[in-house]
Design a protein around this ligand. Structure first.
Ligand SMILES: *Cc1c(COP(=O)(O)O)cnc(C)c1O
Length: 444
């Protein structure tokens, strides 16, 4: 617990960037649900039997069969995180000037596409861009625009299509099975592989069960498998629905592609049976992937997020409707209409929630996805100004969430008195992690 005066000083020392705070100075940490899960007794027990053989460890084979059984892909390539899987995937599939469409690329995904000289294109469905409007599957890809992109670019410029489930940057919103099927059909017609960014596959599968007609009585395991059966491979961050603190993988059907990817893996991550992870990490992931499919867990998980979202919405805070699987997204542009996008209303909300209650969220707006135009010196804003409050899995209780609701509503009550921010320092890639800011108003 810190006082407001302490938080004011700590925030200033961190350049008003909450990524640069010490986590001990944060009371409720909603920065991310990535790697922040509490591991279960079974996972800790699994870690005790981790086998640290360099090659051919039994821990790898347990991990491999868990992935094969749930995801159905034959080739399983462990990586230290999801982004390493992305880097290997795009390095082995993309050439400069290629185009990689997605419903919405996650920030590291976009950065890895761009790092190999290709272009990352977001094709969210129209409903996904209207925060206030409820729709059961706002994470869907716009299939007509995907068709148009194939027409405009030609299939040889599009080495693969990505589909992010749930759509993290698009508000943690689910993708329907119908949409996965439609996207897969377009891909098949053009002979283009479909890869799923599977970070929150279990949450997405549970949403399908809850919301998509015909799936009411299908288990999430079967739904998940049906999703992956429509795809050619996936990238995965085990720090999300792997319920682990570190890890990821790339999994696919194509043996030739897998061979070249394993070569790159050896160069940058490690031998193919550990890929940048310890044997004990592979055990934790294998067990986490099973646990995350437990429907009582998923029921509680989605209910917790919905509870936070519904409570602050009832208090007049505009949020992305309906609440997503892992996070509630505050619509900062609607909450602070007097702060223009180039003054980063989301950054204001993030700073103010820390000042108010020691709560750490993350801006998902023009700081993260906007661009600094070096020629004009101007900021080009993003499409939406959101603030994500991500709930770590199996960590917080309802009383923590109640405290968060009180703090958020207290800030919302004095929203007229806040202004915006400007960058005082920024880097050309993934600038939100390291940037420093200066406020354009008196923070008190
Ligand atoms: C977290 C995440 C990634 C990257 O995974 P890391 O393990 O953080 O490298 C990719 N895509 C999505 C949708 C994510 O949420």
């Amino acid at each position: 617990m810190t006082t407001r005066v302490e938080r004011r000083r700590l925030l200033e020392e961190a350049g008003f960037n909450v990524f640069l705070l010490h986590s001990e100075d944060v009371l409720l940490d909603f920065l991310t649900d990535s790697g922040t899960s509490a591991m279960s007794a079974a996972q800790w027990a699994g870690m005790q039997r981790g086998d640290e053989s360099y090659a051919g460890s039994p821990s790898y084979y347990r991990f491999e069969s868990a992935v094969q059984e749930i995801f159905g892909f034959e080739h399983v390539i462990p990586t230290h995180q999801g982004r390493a899987a992305e880097r290997i995937l795009f390095t082995t599939t993309c050439r400069p000037d290629d185009v990689v469409p997605s419903n919405t690329h996650f920030d590291t995904t976009r950065a890895n596409v761009e790092a190999v000289g290709a272009r990352a294109v977001d094709l969210p469905c129209p409903e996904g861009l209207k925060p206030a409007e409820s729709h059961p599957f706002k994470g869907n890809m716009d299939v007509d625009r995907l068709e148009a992109l194939f027409r405009d670019e030609g299939s040889d410029r599009i080495p693969l299509v990505m589909l992010t489930v749930t759509n993290n940057s698009g508000g943690g919103q689910p993708v329907s099975m119908e949409n996965v099927r439609a996207v897969a059909e377009v891909c098949r017609r053009h002979g283009t592989p479909l890869f799923i960014d599977a970070c929150r596959f279990a949450e997405n599968a549970y949403f399908i069960r809850l919301r998509e007609p015909g799936y009411e009585n299908t288990s999430v395991r079967v739904i998940a498998r049906e999703m992956f059966d429509l795809a050619d491979g996936c990238t995965m961050s085990a720090k999300k629905d792997g319920l682990a603190n570190i890890g990821g993988f790339l999994a696919l059907r194509d043996p030739e592609l897998a061979r070249s990817q394993r070569n790159l893996l050896i160069l940058t991550e490690g031998f193919p049976t550990y890929g940048g992870l310890a044997g004990r990490d592979l055990e934790a992931i294998a067990i986490g992937l099973e646990e995350v499919l437990q429907e009582d867990y998923l029921d509680y998980r989605l209910a917790s997020v919905r509870y936070l979202g519904e409570r602050i919405a009832a208090g007049g805070v505009p949020i992305m409707q309906p609440p997503g699987g892992h996070a509630v997204y505050i619509d900062a542009a609607a909450l602070l209409p007097h702060v223009p996008p180039v003054e980063f209303p989301g950054q204001t909300v993030v700073a103010e929630l820390y000042l108010e209650g020691g709560i750490r969220g993350v801006e998902v707006g023009s700081v993260m996805f906007g661009r600094h135009n070096a020629e004009t010196g101007e900021e080009e804003p993003a499409r939406m100004e959101l603030v994500r409050l991500a709930l770590p899995r199996r960590v917080y209780t309802q009383s923590h969430v109640d405290y968060a609701v009180e703090s958020i509503l207290a800030f919302a009550g004095r929203r007229e008195n806040v202004g915006g921010f400007r960058f005082s320092e920024q880097q050309p890639v993934l600038r939100h992690f390291t940037a420093r800011f200066a406020p354009l108003y008196d923070l008190g």
